[in-house]
Design a protein around this ligand. Structure first.
Ligand SMILES: NC(=O)C1=CN([C@@H]2O[C@H](COP(=O)(O)OP(=O)(O)OC[C@H]3O[C@@H](n4cnc5c(N)ncnc54)[C@H](OP(=O)(O)O)[C@@H]3O)[C@@H](O)[C@H]2O)C=CC1
Ligand SMILES: CC(=O)[C@@H](O)[C@H](O)COP(=O)(O)O
Ligand SMILES: [Mn+2]
Length: 387
């Protein structure tokens, strides 16, 4: 029996992880669940999966739950509570399905406590890839990719030598605004942005898909997961999201992983690896596929991808700043306080103003994250152009 902790259990990846667990009760047991403030859904999950520990980071939400709840699960709150959920002694695998830089501290805590990580929270590797992969190596734990592209790459790389790899090819859907020009993008709404063509996901990643920042974050995530330089990581737009990514080898062979756009497959593979377990979810039917098409990403119209390469290649604290500025800008856009195109402009502003620290410590990264949040926060307060 594999004991699992899920950080971010009430979100899109978190709830699908619980679906996979529910379909494989003979293999998995849930020991800890953590979320931010959704006390009603967390309570349902506690009643269904009976974890030893449940956490709501938000104190008011935790108080509401503690007042109602009469069962045996221990309920904690705050970031200390989140850290407790990351290090429960009997847990072997921690699923990091919370969103944003908030995932870094508990992921590092889990690694230091010897847990394998099923990593959905890409922001952790973007902000602190060098530190996190080094910590995992030193502690002898695995970082298993949940992100669909990285799971695809992982599957294509099984049994292959890293020296044989020519390049990684990440596929991108192109998002809801693929093919549009900057003039059209000036007036797009939050609702339009949240209509991803293929995937149903949380709000932050859905906006990132629309700006192509998601693909930029994924390029940096791939650099750390597969220890490969940026010159050998490409992006191709594939609007159907059936090929989840590809690996080209020196001899010209290209391996691809295909499947429906359904996160339950990569989640399940991360939890059962190296075994493959029968799917309790729909499978690909080739007869129903009209066509698979490909095009280059439009980095003039969607420059966030270009900025991510720039941040990644410069390295040090810069990817962390890219991520933090993007998080703040996406939050402002979702609140209706920023036009769509300004998200990438603010990211550019932050990465060009930041004074990079090479080989950063955790303290350096926390400072860089805080600097970018404050810097972009000040711009958002002061510049009428963004209101
Ligand atoms: N959705 C997807 O298909 C994919 C997602 N990912 C990545 O997975 C991560 C999660 O994405 P997704 O599931 O879409 O996000 P959601 O917004 O749907 O869910 C986020 C989850 O994290 C919790 N949470 C948010 N902030 C905090 C915090 N500070 N501390 C603790 N818990 C917190 C939320 O709790 P509450 O509900 O209480 O607010 C919720 O459970 C992201 O990094 C994303 O990029 C990667 C590939 C695919
Ligand atoms: C499901 C998943 O892994 C997402 O990251 C998804 O790939 C987003 O799609 P695009 O960023 O390609 O639009
Ligand atoms: Mn992805």
């Amino acid at each position: 029996m594999q004991n699992i902790a899920i950080l971010g259990s009430t979100g899109s990846v978190g709830t699908q992880t619980l679906e996979v667990i529910a379909a494989n009760r003979d293999r998995f047991s849930v020991s800890a669940l953590a979320a931010y403030h959704n006390d009603r859904l967390l309570e349902e999950q506690i009643n269904r999966f009976q974890p030893d520990l449940a956490v709501l980071v938000d104190k008011a939400a935790a108080t509401r739950l503690i007042r109602r709840y009469r069962g045996a699960t221990n309920i904690l709150t705050g970031e200390e509570g989140l850290m407790e959920a990351a290090i429960v002694p009997k847990v072997q695998t921690v699923v990091t399905s919370l969103v944003g830089f908030a995932g870094l501290a508990p992921t590092l805590g889990a690694i230091q406590a010897g847990k394998n990580i099923a990593l959905a929270n890409k922001e952790t590797l973007v902000a602190a890839g060098e530190l996190v992969t080094a910590a995992a190596k030193a502690r002898g734990v695995k970082i298993l990719p949940v992100d669909s592209e990285h799971s695809a790459l992982f599957q294509c790389l099984q049994g292959e030598r890293s020296e044989s790899v020519e390049r990684l090819i990440l596929t991108a859907s192109g998002g809801p605004f693929r093919g549009m020009g900057r003039e059209q993008l000036k007036a797009v709404t939050v609702a339009e942005c949240l209509r991803h063509p293929n995937w149903s996901m949380g709000q932050k990643i859905t906006i990132d898909s629309a700006t192509l920042a998601n693909k930029g974050l994924e390029v940096i995530e791939a650099r750390w997961l597969y220890n490969i330089d940026y010159e050998h990581i490409d992006v191709v737009v594939h609007p159907q999201s059936i090929i989840h990514s590809m690996v080209e080898f020196h001899d010209g062979a290209v391996m691809a992983q295909l499947g429906l756009p359904d996160m339950r497959l990569p989640i399940q593979y991360a939890l059962t690896y190296p075994e493959r377990v029968k799917a309790a979810f729909p499978k690909l039917n080739f007869a129903q596929l009209a066509a698979l098409s490909f095009e280059n990403p439009d980095m003039m119209t969607f420059p966030a991808l270009k900025y991510a390469y720039q941040a990644g290649k410069n390295g040090g604290t810069l990817p962390c700043v890219f991520n933090a500025a993007n998080e703040v800008a996406v939050h402002a856009f979702l609140k209706g306080n920023l036009p769509f195109l300004a998200i990438s402009e603010l990211v550019y502003e932050a990465i060009t103003k930041h004074k990079v620290i090479a080989s950063p410590t955790l303290t350096d990264l926390n400072h860089a994250d805080a600097w970018a949040r404050q810097y972009i926060g000040e711009i958002l307060k002061s510049e009428k152009i963004f209101k």
